[in-house]
Write a protein that binds this ligand. Structure first.
Ligand SMILES: C[S@@+](CC[C@H](N)C(=O)[O-])C[C@H]1O[C@@H](n2cnc3c(N)ncnc32)[C@H](O)[C@@H]1O
Length: 253
């Protein structure tokens, strides 16, 4: 069995914001037998017959997004994907320049690009897709990028480290969203913010209403905003106006 241990990060290296100091992320992976189990390649292909079905197999997700990385931004633009821009527009009302943000499932870096139009924040990204991280790195908006499987909690991040955490377009791929969100509360400092999105179909399926209330009861966060559902990928034929997205903003206690 082959497995990929996602040890790569360049958080220790302060990079110029123009991205000139691009490091070959893919070349620096370390292999071990932890974190992500090998999955059958056929399963990877089948698992992603359509984006609509999603998958919570981290290895399959990494392969899928690695293959898509080069064309991801252009495709998402064609589908009129607005979630990262809307996340940045919401968060910038609560943050100030200089605040640090963790972009969870940062992909190719659309959220950091969007955020940089509003505020000059220090943004770190974490994602399972090496090729996506390479593209994010080239955009020069991240102070630190790390390859890691979000389903292997706790994340390799110290507690109370961030003023805000954004997790946009990712929850579909996480089997135990409550587990990840609890860990995001851990890494967000008290009074800081967690913004995440979830598809409306998965919202119902995984009972996110109850998840949000249970975190409130556990005194992990106070929900500040739960948006109405709006088209997620309006110009994608599978999604159209059938699958919508909900944005949530909570303040960590
Ligand atoms: C729809 S894309 C969203 C990317 C970015 N946040 C955006 O809005 O453009 C989903 C991202 O989640 C990442 N992802 C999914 N499951 C993951 C996991 N288990 N660990 C780390 N990243 C994961 C994928 O690699 C991909 O980059």
């Amino acid at each position: 069995m082959c497995a990929v241990r996602l040890e790569y990060s360049f958080c220790g290296l302060r990079k110029p914001r123009n991205g000139a100091h691009n490091i070959g992320i893919r070349e620096r992976f370390m292999l071990s037998d932890a974190t992500i189990k090998e999955s059958n390649i056929t399963d990877i292909k089948r698992g992603f017959n359509s984006l609509k079905n999603g998958s919570t197999n981290s290895k399959a997700i990494a392969t899928y997004y690695d293959e898509w990385a080069e064309t991801y931004d252009a495709t998402l633009k064609n589908w009129d994907y607005q979630a990262p821009y809307e996340a940045a527009a919401t968060l910038c009302e609560y943050l100030k320049s200089g605040d640090n943000i963790l972009d969870v499932g940062c992909g190719t870096g659309m959220f950091a690009m969007a955020m940089s139009r509003h505020l000059d924040c220090r943004i770190e990204g974490i994602d399972v897709s090496a090729a996506s991280l390479e593209i994010a790195d080239k955009k020069g908006k991240y102070d630190c990028l790390q390859r890691y499987d979000l389903q292997a909690t706790p994340l390799p991040i110290t507690e109370n480290a961030f003023a805000a955490v954004a997790c946009v377009g990712v929850m579909t791929y996480i089997e135990d969203a409550a587990d990840l969100l609890a860990d995001l509360c851990r890494v967000t400092r008290p009074g800081g913010y967690i913004l995440f999105t979830q598809r409306d179909d998965r919202w119902v399926e995984k009972n996110f209403d109850s998840l949000i209330s249970s975190f409130e009861e556990r005194k992990l966060w106070v929900p500040l905003k739960v948006s109405s559902a709006k088209p997620y990928l309006p110009k994608n034929d599978d999604f159209s106006d059938r699958i919508q997205v909900i944005q949530v903003l909570c303040q960590v206690i």
